[in-house]
Design a protein around this ligand. Structure first.
Ligand SMILES: [Zn+2]
Length: 236
């Protein structure tokens, strides 16, 4: 009896120990499993949040663009801008709606000494396939050639989301006269205001395609920087 008791006690202890260890390892396994499930749940929640944010951002972006273009259709044009729309059906006027207004593109007409009216009339010609929203003339006159929610045909692949301005110049250097320059500053300041853009979004045709347009402000980077500073000053 003595001997049996001696041997049964350690065996019982081992058995309990084994069961305890098994219980512990099961508990550890369960904990790991729970942790894994929690991590997986968190990952999917985070993923869903990122997807929702991206979709929301895209929808907001699209909604804002549509809102902006609709607003451009009814904006009140100041009296210092002469509205002369190109006739509907003319090849230069596509009558396509802008997708958005992301930039304002400045050009030069490339035909020294021509007036704003002459350039506008050229757009209206039955053979013409080019046009811009605005032409700024040698005396500082400004003609609006298209409704502001329509696409121009001046800035290549950016016609869909830009407002274009052609500027007249007295000679081949492409430098604008003082009157032209002042009117352009005033016009661009007004446009940046109604389009809710800053001067980072005032670009040259050169910035779209690399074409030397507007020539003087491509050849003289300082003059372009100065122009944008002048617009900024007018906005303030
Ligand atoms: Zn150009």
């Amino acid at each position: 009896m003595e001997n049996r008791r001696k041997y049964t006690t350690p065996r019982g202890v081992n058995g309990k120990d084994r069961r305890r260890k098994q219980h512990e390892s099961r508990a550890v396994r369960n904990r790991r499993l729970r942790k894994k499930r929690l991590l997986r749940k968190r990952f999917f929640l985070l993923l869903a949040l990122v997807v929702c944010l991206c979709v929301g951002f895209r929808l907001q972006h699209k909604y804002m663009s549509v809102w902006m273009v609709s607003r451009m259709a009814v904006v009140s044009v100041p009296e210092w801008i002469d509205v002369q729309y190109i006739p509907e059906g003319n090849p230069s006027r596509s009558e396509e709606r802008l997708e958005a207004v992301r930039d304002i593109v400045v050009h030069y007409v490339g035909n020294p000494g021509t007036t704003a009216q002459a350039n506008h009339d050229y757009y209206c010609h039955e053979d013409s396939v080019v046009c811009s929203h605005f032409v700024v003339g040698l005396e500082g006159e400004i003609i609006l050639c298209l409704p502001l929610n329509e696409r121009s045909a001046a800035s290549n692949h950016r016609n869909k989301d830009t407002i274009s301005i052609e500027v007249c110049h007295p000679d081949d250097t492409g430098k604008f006269s003082d009157a032209t320059y002042d009117s352009l500053v005033r016009l661009v300041a007004w446009l940046t205001d109604i389009c809710h853009l800053d001067t980072e979004h005032v670009i040259r045709h050169y910035d779209v395609t690399g074409k030397e347009c507007p020539r003087y402000y491509v050849r003289n980077e300082d003059a372009w920087i100065q122009f944008k500073e002048d617009v900024d000053r007018t906005i303030r």
